[in-house]
Ligand binder design. Structure first.
Ligand code: BGC
Ligand code: CA
Length: 314
């Protein structure tokens, strides 16, 4: 653990850096700046960032089997042709909620694009509650709503056996798990597998490693934490008379910025971790203490690898 190294690879004050995804074909890291309305691609070869500006908050980006990318833009799923800088709408959600936007999204192991919504914030983590929903875009471009009443739809990933879907609704301060049917893309019963400690603050983006452990970026917590979703720790929580075991925190890696937003594995063999961060909501004094707020970081020496991202099958 002593060889863990953190490096700032893109020193830029992105407003809400999010949705890091490794694009192996390009040896690049894709990510978005949600309120900055940008999709970015950092080349690990040239160390340069290419940017596509869009006309609404862009909250996640994913690879696409047919090449190019898919994004969540405002309340739309959209296709992005990188070279042409061309965005075309696939479909829209939350049509009755004009103050909503998509937030985090990720493709499941069968190529379905999961993404959830939230109300626009008055300031970070302050918003009208219960306005969001979780959706899936299937490869035939149809959309299914799984549930509503979400505050801030955030981190998502799937267990290595594809039988569990992990999900974060940030203001619940909990990392949850659902039974998952990879054949149909349907989710089953829900339980909490980890409750955040006070100093870990708000759970945001998340990814899984090849040992089946979860890495969660802690917004306002300035860290990523590694969780074992299976072990029993702390107090078992009583929930309608049933006892659900809580996962155990295995590791904490602190970063030089408070607003760590999301993480993914990438680089050679997926042995590096990339972490995005935000600067929205920080005043001058806070920013002067954390001049790297909004930057992209690379963590090496974790001694664990990640799972390559799945491309959208549509
Ligand atoms: C959202 C931000 C929000 C943060 C903390 C992010 O995923 O995009 O708008 O402030 O989570 O909940
Ligand atoms: Ca997020």
């Amino acid at each position: 653990m002593s060889s863990v190294k953190i490096e700032c690879v893109v020193k830029e004050g992105y407003r809400i850096g999010e949705s890091p995804v490794w694009d192996e074909k390009e040896s690049s890291l894709l990510f978005v700046d949600i309120t900055g309305r940008k999709v970015c691609r950092w080349s690990s070869v040239t160390k340069q960032v290419e940017t596509v500006s869009v006309d609404a908050p862009v909250s996640s980006v994913a690879l696409r089997k047919s090449g190019d990318y898919v994004i969540t833009l405002g309340t739309r799923f959209a296709a992005l042709k990188w070279k042409e800088q061309l965005v075309t709408t696939i479909t829209q959600v939350d049509q009755d909620k004009s103050n909503n936007r998509f937030n985090d999204g990720k493709v499941d192991p069968a190529g379905r694009y999961f993404a959830g919504t939230m109300a626009e914030e008055i300031r970070p983590a302050v918003l009208e509650r219960h306005q969001g929903s979780l959706y899936t875009l299937y490869s035939d471009l149809s959309v299914v709503k799984h549930f509503d009443q979400v505050d801030i739809s955030n981190g998502l990933d799937w267990s290595l056996d594809h039988k569990t879907f992990f999900y974060i609704d940030s203001l619940s301060y909990s990392v949850d798990a659902f039974d998952y049917d990879i054949q149909t893309g349907k989710i089953g019963s829900r339980r909490s597998i980890y409750k955040m400690e006070k100093e870990e603050s708000i759970p945001d983006g998340m990814c899984i490693d090849t040992e089946g452990k979860l890495w969660v970026a802690c917004y306002n917590g300035g860290r990523v934490i590694r969780l074992d979703p299976q072990t029993v720790d702390k107090q078992e929580t009583a929930y309608v008379g049933v006892f659900f075991p809580q996962g155990k925190r295995l590791q904490t890696v602190k970063l030089p910025v408070d607003k760590t937003t999301s993480c993914c594995f990438g680089g050679k063999d997926y042995s590096e971790m990339y972490v995005t961060s935000a600067s929205d909501g920080m005043d001058k004094e806070w920013l002067s203490r954390q001049p790297q707020a909004g930057s992209i970081f690379k963590i090496t020496g974790l001694g664990v690898k990640g799972v390559p991202p799945f491309p959208f099958a549509g």
